[in-house]
Write a protein that binds this ligand. Structure first.
Ligand code: BEZ
Length: 211
C-alpha cells in the first residue's frame, strides 16, 4: 500500500555509493530526503543529482540528509557518478542507493506500473527526525524536480513543527505566516509577540515567529 503522511518511513539496509547504509541508523536524529531516479545514465536524473550536490550545504543547514535511489547496480552508479561530476561541474557528495532488487522501490511504492512497469517514477519523501513521513511528491520521469521547493517545504515543516502557524501559498522563509485557526484570539499576544493582523476571523497573519 502507498505510504501516507504520518506513516513510519520503512527501514532498510542497502548498498550505496558511500557504503552499506541502514536507513534509520544513517538518518540518526536528522531530517531525511529520499528521492528516486528512474535509471542511471539518463539526462534528467543526471541534472537532478548534480543540482542537489551543489546545494547540499542548504540541506545541512536544515539538519537534513539527502539520499538518492536508482534501480541499477552499484558498479553502474560508480560510473554514473563520474559522469555527473564531469557534466554537471560538481562533486557528488551524498549516497545513491543501488536498488537492483527493488527493495526500496517496493517499500516506498516508487514503481507505478501504469506509468512504467520497470523503472521508478520520480518520488520524493521528506522524513522527520521521528522517522515519520512528512511529505510525498510524485513526478513523472519526463519532469525534473525543483529542489528549491524541497528546501522551501523543509523550512515550512520545521517552522510549523515548533510554532502554531501554517505557511500560505508560495511562502518562503522570512515571510508572514498564518496563525493556526485552532488558536483563540486571546492566546495570540503571548505566542506572537511581534503582533498579528486579522483579515477575517479565520485568516490571521503574524511575522515569522522564529526570525
Ligand atoms: C531522464 O532522467 O532523463 C529520464 C529517465 C527516464 C525516462 C525519461 C527521462
Amino acid at each position: 500500500m502507498a505510504l501516507r503522511l504520518g506513516d513510519e518511513a520503512p527501514n532498510f539496509t542497502a548498498q550505496t555509493t558511500e557504503g552499506t547504509v541502514n536507513f534509520h541508523q544513517w538518518l540518526g536524529s536528522s531530517w531525511g530526503v529520499l528521492f528516486s531516479h528512474p535509471k542511471d545514465y539518463t539526462p534528467v536524473c543526471t541534472t537532478e543529482l548534480g543540482a542537489v550536490a551543489k546545494i547540499k550545504d542548504e540541506f545541512e543547514k536544515r539538519n537534513a540528509k539527502v539520499i538518492a535511489v536508482s534501480v541499477d547496480p552499484i558498479e553502474s552508479h560508480h560510473g554514473w557518478v563520474r559522469d555527473i561530476n564531469e557534466t554537471q561541474q560538481t562533486k557528488m557528495n551524498f549516497p545513491i542507493i543501488a536498488d537492483s532488487n527493488r527493495q526500496v522501490a517496493s517499500l516506498y511504492d516508487m514503481i507505478h506500473p501504469n506509468a512504467d512497469d520497470t523503472f521508478t517514477v520520480r518520488s520524493v519523501f521528506i522524513i522527520g527526525p521521528d522517522k515519520k513521513v512528512k511529505l510525498t511528491l510524485t513526478y513523472p520521469a519526463s519532469t525534473g524536480r525543483n529542489f528549491a521547493e524541497i528546501l522551501r517545504v523543509l523550512d515550512s515543516l520545521q517552522l510549523t513543527a515548533k510554532h502554531k502557524v501554517a505557511t500560505p501559498a508560495n511562502w518562503v522563509d522570512g515571510q508572514d505566516c498564518i496563525i493556526s485557526p485552532a488558536l483563540k484570539d486571546p492566546e495570540m499576544p503571548a505566542l506572537f509577540p511581534k503582533g498579528s493582523r486579522t483579515i477575517k476571523p479565520y485568516l490571521r497573519y503574524t511575522p515569522q515567529p522564529n526570525k
